[in-house]
Design a protein around this ligand. Structure first.
Ligand code: SAH
Length: 343
């Protein structure tokens, strides 16, 4: 049996563990500061705890650290980290600095079982969910290795976050807490393929940004490229979006990966205009990032710009996501546990 990783515990969970050890609740705050604000690697470094408490924590609990297997740096300054977890599975995390924000794209599962035809991650299948501590530890491990403070978190790395709802919510609570990472709900985004019941549950339990990978304007195409669309077709998905409890001024983001000659026609724009007109939303167009698995093609930049303009004319706010790190296979849909094996 492995000892409990303290990063897997909620605040109240940590308080009860400490109370079993005869310690006062305020110790939890001290531990969080060391783990989530100072990013220490060991109990030894927690210098305002008594030696006796540090020794007991060392004996009964764990602070899991990852092994950095590989770090690749892109021409555009983004960095891709391949981390090894305690059970030897590996995951990828992508650091994306830009002038106005420092974003970290984190994984929520080892692999993925959603089977989207255009995504490299799915080729390896699902190994397992990440624990809440493993989701958070990506932020800690990267923050230790970079100069700038991470300001935004996107759960858009490997895996389907809403398949791992409990751990994702617990990680979000800790990312938000002023005693831990202290990030506002606007700086955290969770992207889902569209698991309708989990979207409903998610909306009840948190108010961070929600992004939905739409990627097609008809059920015919969406079911071909995103198998879960057969279970939760567009009508059901869009109803869930209409009923989503959004605060005033907030919007759902629809991600729309653009594939050459597949979902980039005037008809698609018209469909999108109709589908999304009564949902407070914006569309994020993502030119498809090519990888060796699969036969989809990247559209011309001009096609995507034309689509953006046309969507705007249809009253839909559209942006283009020029993915970072394409040269190091760090871009959307290019993440895999052992990239080298799948390229
Ligand atoms: N499972 C979640 C999060 C991971 S994917 C989801 O489906 O949303 C993050 C985003 O990358 C999704 O919008 C997905 O559609 C997009 N994506 C996947 N493969 C891609 C590729 N090869 N090129 C561009 N975007 C891709």
């Amino acid at each position: 049996m492995h000892a409990t990783d303290l990063k897997n515990l909620s605040y109240s969970g940590l308080v009860s563990l400490l109370s079993e050890m005869g310690e006062k609740p305020y110790r939890a705050k001290q531990l969080w500061k060391w783990m989530y604000q100072k990013h220490v690697k060991s109990f030894d470094e927690m210098t305002d705890l008594s030696t006796s408490l540090r020794n007991r924590l060392e004996k009964n609990c764990a602070l899991i650290n990852f092994k950095l297997v590989q770090k690749l740096i892109s021409k555009d300054k983004s960095e891709k980290f391949l981390f090894e977890l305690p059970d030897q599975n590996t995951i990828e995390t992508v650091y994306m600095p830009s002038p106005d924000r420092i974003t970290l794209c984190i994984s929520t599962q080892v692999g993925c079982r959603m089977g989207c035809k255009f995504c490299l991650t799915t080729q390896q299948g699902l190994m397992r969910n990440l624990s809440a501590g493993e989701i958070l530890n990506q932020v800690i491990e990267v923050q230790r290795r970079v100069d700038q403070k991470i300001t935004n978190i996107v759960m858009m790395g490997m895996g389907e976050p809403l398949e791992n709802l409990e751990n994702v919510i617990q990680a979000i609570d800790i990312l938000r807490s002023p005693d831990a990472f202290n990030l506002s709900q606007r700086k955290i985004t969770v992207s889902t393929v569209g698991l309708v019941p989990a979207i409903e549950e998610f909306g009840k339990r948190t108010d961070v940004n929600l992004a939905i990978s739409l990627n097609a304007s008809t059920d015919l195409l969406r079911s071909q490229i995103i198998p879960i669309n057969r279970k939760y077709p567009l009508q059901t998905l869009l109803d869930a979006c209409r009923n989503y409890p959004l605060k005033p001024q907030r919007k759902i983001t629809f991600e729309y990966v653009v594939f050459k000659d597949l979902n980039d026609s005037a008809e698609d724009i018209k469909n999108l205009g109709t589908m999304l007109k009564d949902i407070p939303c914006k569309i994020n167009l993502i030119p498809f990032n090519e990888h060796k698995a699969g036969s989809f093609q990247r559209p011309l930049d001009q096609t995507v710009i034309t689509m953006q303009d046309a969507l705007k004319q249809n009253g839909i706010n559209a942006t283009i996501r020029y993915s970072r790190g394409r040269d190091i296979l760090a871009a959307c849909g290019q993440l895999a546990s052992q990239s080298a094996n799948l390229q």
